[in-house]
Design a protein around this ligand. Structure first.
Ligand SMILES: [Zn+2]
Length: 392
């Protein structure tokens, strides 16, 4: 990049959106994908300096000290990370949870602290596998070739469980082949969770001297898959029609005061294609149903932003519908903390700028938190949005 480049050189001309082809041209593909997910505020706000190494962007001595220990020397030559970049890209395109993508990225980059890797980095420790004492504890051995791991893979009955080789990249390729083979989603995900649980069991053995049964490793991995898929797949139901049936709110849901409307909102992240569904419903002061909507937003969004985007969408829509005295009600504690300034987050700052700018337009506006079971209609609307063919 040109040394005098500024950030908005990477925006679309005349707009406040990233110019994605330009991003990909200027940055590494992996970085460009992350950059595309950064929300750009639609309201102009002054630039300010933030400290990258704390969550709230404010400098602390502790973070400064940490940085001084970890900052690379300008004279040091930095090697690119190990591992096949093509394989890493394939991995990044899956709908696995971010922690698994990151874990397998570390696997491919030889960045897991197995005995062999620690030795390679100059830490003088015994490099034999503590599990079988038969081989050097490399990443490939620990995950695929150790007799303990082999037993788990065989127990899983997955096709790749019987064909692992001495090549780490071939083995990860085998997992990805299973992922893309059109099997059931649980079987697509299971091998990646098995590897994750083998790593966790290895750490429990090394650091806590606790041995897990092979069957319990497999069971934990299976539970993880069920839990992850249940949390991320939209429930199997048809989307509501234009005039949805409004279920009676539970006793926890309270009526707004006279002349005020209450807007319950929620968001839903679909990991399979990265889309975000948002839903909101408006009630009047007698609990009368006034309006509701569900929309599918463009992909390339960060799942952590789901609730924030749902709120922004609800505020904009409520304003456009002509309501000026509102209570916005959601079920996300982290968002409620941000809105009431109990916490701060530099990654959410841009989105909050827009939320606050829209909020300033109302005669009366407040934000409240309800329990999830009191927000079920908004939740269902958000999930139903995934069935919509078009994004906004
Ligand atoms: Zn071993």
């Amino acid at each position: 990049m040109h040394p005098n480049s500024v950030l908005n050189d990477l925006w679309q001309v005349g707009g406040r959106q990233w110019d994605e082809p330009k991003l990909r041209q200027q940055l590494l593909l992996e970085d460009a994908a992350h950059a595309c997910c950064i929300y750009l505020p639609q309201h102009q706000c002054p630039d300010k300096l933030v400290w990258h190494y704390t969550k709230d962007g404010i400098y602390t001595v502790k973070s400064g000290y940490w940085l001084s220990l970890h900052l690379p020397d300008a004279n040091d030559h930095i090697d690119p990370p190990l591992g096949n970049p093509l394989l890493k890209t394939k991995l990044w395109k899956t709908s696995l949870p971010p922690k698994l993508k990151h874990f397998y990225w570390r696997v491919l980059s030889a960045a897991l602290g197995t005995a062999h890797e620690l030795n390679r980095r100059g830490i003088p420790i015994e490099d034999t596998c503590q599990r079988c004492c038969q081989a050097v504890e490399s990443i490939n051995h620990m995950l695929f070739q150790c007799p303990y791991a082999s037993k788990i893979w065989r127990l899983s009955n997955l096709p790749a469980g019987f064909t692992f080789s001495s090549s780490l990249e071939d083995n990860i390729e085998a997992l990805l082949l299973m992922y893309n083979s059109g099997m059931n989603r649980d079987k697509q995900h299971l091998p990646f969770w098995i590897g994750w649980q083998i790593w966790k069991s290895r750490n429990d053995l090394i650091f806590n001297k606790i041995t897990w049964e092979t069957s319990s490793v497999l069971l934990k991995a299976t539970d993880d898959v069920v839990e992850w898929l249940a949390a991320t797949q939209p429930s199997i139901q048809r989307p509501p029609r234009n005039s949805p049936t409004v279920h009676s709110p539970s006793s926890q849901w309270t009526l707004p005061t006279t002349e005020v409307v209450k807007v319950n909102f929620d968001g839903s992240f679909h990991s399979h294609n990265g889309s975000i569904g948002v839903g909101w419903i408006i009630h009047g002061d007698k609990g009368t149903y006034l309006l509701s909507r569900s929309s599918k937003l463009k992909q390339a969004s960060n799942p952590l932003w789901t609730e924030r985007l749902a709120l922004l969408h609800a505020i904009q829509s409520t304003w456009c519908c002509g309501y000026r005295k509102v209570i916005l009600e959601g079920d996300c504690k982290a968002l409620d903390d941000l809105l009431h300034r109990r916490t701060t987050s530099i990654t959410m700052e841009n989105l909050l700028v827009d939320i606050r700018s829209w909020a300033d337009l109302f005669a009366e506006i407040s934000f409240s938190l309800v329990r999830r079971e009191c927000n079920q209609v908004a939740d269902k609307l958000a999930k139903s949005a995934h069935y919509q063919p078009e994004t906004i």
